[in-house]
Ligand binder design. Structure first.
Ligand SMILES: Nc1ncnc2c1ncn2[C@@H]1O[C@H](COP(=O)(O)OP(=O)(O)OP(=O)(O)O)[C@@H](O)[C@H]1O
Length: 330
């Protein structure tokens, strides 16, 4: 039966590949529910199986065990053409359609709906224009794909997915080759699409900080254990977000909303406004300076002032560079 809350559900799913008679299992006992009309980000270390899970969810790979239910019906019972109408996919593979214009590429999103001649009806043309407008790529419509930037291409690929008008849009690392500003833009665009058009979106990404800022839900995938899921805020508050930094020298700082070196926690004798203290700790850590136990630093703001005190001495400095130099010379 179709769930009112979830577009996709899986219980006890095993994923992997068949290579001749050999079965290569990548993950097992995976259970998940993808909420309708929400933006969900799938995160996890390299090679853990995110793309494999996504290919399985798209119906491109059969699951090794367990049924994935899409819109109330097991995936394997749905015809590929039916699935192509309901699930839009944006992959990062370089496309070989450089001689198409932006508008022609977006029009390919309508392929599952057009007749065998591929003729676009007025309704199709309207949907294509809307998709170009929603992704702010309408001004590029007559430009060749080979003549636009990677960031623009990614937006055009999202426009194509929108033109396909599926209920679910899946993107595998859509921001992988983009600069910071474009990575933010793409994720905020996806946020907008869920808000304004009610689409359900699943994005594979390594951008934890942007995912926390934009997603409704996170799925955290780790080797050999079930998926950890929840809102970014609950995962941060409960500390479960640190599952992503297990085994590394990093930790997630909930106050800053950022990944930081775990070693910063050893600078317990620095006090003052959080933002200044954090930057000072980071600078000390990078210069490999450990604070002697008899020394403490009091930081005050406006203007930044660093008061270093120890056994009977006091030094007042006004920038982090001076603090570093002073500590190095001691
Ligand atoms: N076609 C394939 N046949 C056999 N094994 C594969 C195939 N594709 C991927 N794998 C293996 O499956 C495992 C998971 O790969 P996958 O690409 O799903 O990881 P990922 O989490 O998406 O990684 P990344 O973050 O690096 O993109 C890896 O060990 C990989 O070598």
């Amino acid at each position: 039966m179709d769930s009112p809350h979830y577009i996709l559900e899986g219980t006890g799913i095993s994923i992997g590949y068949h290579k001749g008679k050999q079965v290569i299992k990548v993950g097992e006992s995976l259970s998940f529910k993808l909420p309708k009309g929400k933006l969900t980000c799938l995160l996890g270390p390299n090679g853990v199986g995110k793309s494999t899970l996504v290919k399985t969810i798209m119906g491109h790979l059969p699951s090794l065990a367990g049924d994935i239910i899409f819109s109330g019906i097991p995936l394997h019972e749905q015809h590929p053409r039916q699935l192509a109408q309901k699930i839009s996919v944006v992959l990062t593979d370089k496309i070989t359609a450089g001689n198409l214009t932006v508008q022609q590429l977006v029009a390919l999103g309508r392929t599952p709906f057009t007749n065998w001649l591929g003729k676009l009806a007025a309704e199709d043309k309207h949907i294509i224009t809307e998709a170009l407008q929603a992704t702010k790529t309408y001004y590029l419509k007559d430009q060749l794909i080979s003549e636009i930037s990677d960031g623009q291409l990614q937006k055009v690929m999202i426009a194509r997915a929108l033109a396909q008008d599926g209920q679910l849009i899946i993107l595998d690392e859509p921001t992988a080759h983009l600069d910071l500003i474009n990575r933010y833009e793409i994720m905020h665009l996806l946020r907008d699409i869920t808000n304004k058009q009610g689409k359900s979106i699943l994005v594979v990404t390594h951008d934890l900080e942007i995912a926390i800022e934009t997603a409704d839900n996170l799925w955290i995938m780790q080797c050999g254990v079930p998926l950890t899921t929840g809102t970014p805020e609950d995962l941060v508050i409960s500390g479960r977000i640190n599952l992503l930094t297990t085994g590394s020298r990093l930790t997630f700082d909930p106050a800053l909303g950022k990944i930081r070196p775990a070693a910063l926690q050893t600078y317990g004798s620095i006090h003052g406004p959080d933002h200044l203290v954090q930057w000072l700790k980071l600078a000390l850590h990078k210069s490999a300076i450990k604070l002697p136990q008899n020394l403490s630093i009091e930081v005050v703001d406006a203007p930044p002032t660093f008061r270093i005190t120890g056994n009977g001495f006091e030094e007042t400095l006004h920038d982090i560079q001076s603090v570093i130099s002073w500590l190095k010379q001691r």
